[in-house]
Design a protein around this ligand. Structure first.
Ligand SMILES: NC(=O)CCC(=O)C(=O)O
Length: 275
């Protein structure tokens, strides 16, 4: 299957409306891909905490509508990155807040087929844990291969989630063969981003499609280096530090083949006795 990873760069000057139009146009140029992936919180600004309240939208709000239309126009499945979600029905979480960091996936008809609320909140006590609720539910979606190869069973996670291997093990147990991970991961820790994505691919024998942000916004330089990593640990493609689109061909037979030839997952031994 053909996958496009759109590593967006943005600063503070562009309005949400301008950026949404620009991103929709970029998505439309990706016709011919089976899956197109955008980064975390690209419309609200990954580190622009003070703007989140005002930029929050529902899962059928203006950003989602623009992405649904772009997916349909391009005829691609679109992982539209994440939005700051404020549910239209006034829902609040257990901490009394009404915002979530929510990823949205649209199919090639523009229908919303998956939504994932980020489980692990990032921000050193500020940002997400202060302003948002945590998700508590896995989300997986099938990505068909128009060339007739096996579909991917894509599991959704977001940025800081990458540091929590137990999430990915749970996704594997739910049938995942691919991890799709949008992010706004800063340059300061880009080495962690690269290494952890490799680790998740190798330890869980999945294809990792990791789409980061580039540019500098809200005083934070983003790390870029989006990447597509195979279960073998081989890197199919890696971006630099600026705006860039990676276009890769992934044969999903690699997952079953590699799991068969090196059956690491079958050698798991749980539960352990307590010491
Ligand atoms: N937006 C994020 O989740 C950033 C995560 C990050 O910077 C880190 O884990 O390091």
């Amino acid at each position: 299957m053909r996958i496009a990873v759109i590593q967006l760069a943005y600063g503070d000057e562009e309005s949400v409306e301008q950026r949404t139009e620009r991103v929709a146009a970029l998505v439309r140029t990706q016709a011919g891909h089976d899956l197109v992936v955008l980064p975390e919180l690209w419309s609200a600004g990954g580190f622009d905490y003070p703007a989140w309240e005002q930029r929050a939208q529902a899962v059928d709000g203006p950003v989602a509508q623009a992405m649904a239309t772009a997916a349909r126009d391009a005829g691609v499945m679109l992982h539209a990155g994440s939005i700051v979600e404020r549910p239209a029905d006034g829902q609040r979480g257990p901490e009394g807040k009404d915002l979530w960091n929510t990823s949205l996936v649209f199919d090639r008809d523009g229908d919303l087929v998956a939504a994932y609320r980020k489980i692990h909140r990032f921000g050193f006590g500020a940002g997400e844990p202060k302003l948002m609720e945590a998700g508590d539910r896995l989300a997986l979606v099938d990505v068909p291969d128009s060339a007739g190869g096996p579909a991917a069973r894509a599991a959704l996670s977001t940025c800081y989630d990458l540091r929590f291997p137990e999430l990915y093990r749970a996704q594997v147990d739910a049938g995942a063969t691919m991890f799709v991970i949008p992010a706004a991961w800063p340059m300061a820790r880009v080495r962690h981003w690269t290494l952890l994505a490799h680790a998740r691919a190798i330890e869980d024998q999945c294809v990792v499609v990791a789409c980061n942000t580039a540019g500098t916004h809200a005083g934070h330089e983003m790390g870029g280096h989006s990447q597509v990593v195979l279960p073998t640990g081989d890197v199919l493609a890696v971006a630099g530090s600026g705006e860039q689109v990676l276009s890769v061909e992934v044969d999903m037979t690699v997952v079953d083949d590699y799991r068969e030839s090196f059956p690491v997952l079958r050698d798991r031994r749980l539960p352990f006795q307590r010491a």
